[in-house]
Write a protein that binds this ligand. Sequence first.
Ligand code: ZN
Length: 220
Amino acid sequence: MLTRLPGVHPRTCPICGYHGKFRAFGVPLVLDVMCAGCDSLDRHRLFALMDDRHKILGGVQSMLHFAPEEILRKRFSRRFPQYRAVDLVRADVDEQCNIEETKLQPESVDAVFASHILEHVDDRKALAELFRILRPGGKLIAMVPIIEAWDETYENPAITSESDRDLHFGQYDHVRFYGRDFPRRIEAAGFHVTAYMATPLECVTHGLQRGEKIFVATKP
Ligand SMILES: [Zn+2]
């Protein structure tokens, strides 16, 4: 195992163009997942590929980026004239912002990027709030950990301690584990949802998680 940590098979990064071995990363450890050129992870490369193909963020001027990942923050801040990196607690952002109650004007944002956020918060509140602040035609880009084999999301009001959350939901600050009803939960807030996935060959070439989806929720 240790000999495989620096990388097993050469991969290609669609973000920085690096070709070569990708490092292992994560808990539990995933092999061949962190680009040695730009430190991107599988989900960042998946988004870059799908955005390129489907023009997910075409026409966007203003973006709100929650818990910004540096690799995407650099790209987005160059690309969108009104870009704001936000977070509930981090100091290295443009402003602090609670996704459940942003205090922003209604219909004031073109796009919201929330990767691995909704499993940490009251998602019904957050989705209603994002629906409120997005312009008609505006988009929420959401990624979360999902167990596709489960019909329904696992929530359990008895689980409240950090240790129990880690045991039940996979991380000390996660409050549920989503099943394949995740897009229906987004639609319940009024959005139309489209899911994008990479092909099996793209997963091999770019070091992506097989079957991982990007959900794009559009406000009608
Ligand atoms: Zn890269």
